[in-house]
Design a protein around this ligand. Structure first.
Ligand code: PNS
Length: 165
């Protein structure tokens, strides 16, 4: 990739990816030459994930196949280190309700402290996804709720198989 290309990172745990994440990724892909979806390999905060890193990466690869300038990679380092290794200029995240703001403000300040050159950019969630979260999806799936219009079909069937009671 040429040095003046604009590369962005869309990071997350994606356990699992939702249409809300995919909306942010697709919108980012119109703003940057290359978008690297960075999948957290070792989440320290939330304990174990329902899906392995390989599964989470696979769901994202399937769901972004039609976006020519989007790639998916796991990472196991500090986010800013990964961004720097990939020569990214920005970290792009979605913001849903006000409740996201406090967490993202903290992450923003931590990340900027590590590397002030990498800017964080926030896209407001599209209204229809503004209350959609991976944890909400998992709760719905556990109790047999309808998630088909909230996650890709492959994710929906994998979740039903793994979580339904
Ligand atoms: O909302 P998520 O999916 O838990 O977000 C994960 C991520 C990596 C975007 C968030 O934890 C973040 O911005 N972390 C910055 C601090 C860092 O680099 N941690 C190490 C990787 S978890």
């Amino acid at each position: 990739m040429a040095p003046d290309n604009r590369i962005a990172i869309c990071p997350g745990t994606f356990d699992p990816v939702t249409f809300g994440h995919l909306d942010v990724i697709a919108r980012s892909s119109k703003m940057y030459d290359l978008v690297i979806v960075a999948v957290v390999n070792l989440p320290w905060r939330k304990g174990s994930t329902v899906f392995t890193t390989e599964e989470r990466v696979g769901f994202l690869e399937g769901a972004t196949r039609d976006l020519g300038n989007v790639t998916v990679e796991p990472f196991s380092t500090l986010l800013v280190d990964f961004a720097r290794q990939r020569s990214a200029m920005a970290i792009v995240k979605g913001l849903r309700a006000i409740s996201d703001f406090e967490y993202e403000l903290e992450m923003n300040q931590l990340n900027r402290r590590q590397d002030p050159e990498i800017e964080s950019v926030y896209l407001m969630a599209s209204a229809k996804y503004s209350f959609l979260s991976s944890s909400g999806i998992k709760e719905l799936a556990t109790f047999g709720g309808d998630i088909d219009d909230l996650v890709p079909a492959e994710v929906s069937s994998a979740l039903k198989e793994r979580l339904s009671r």
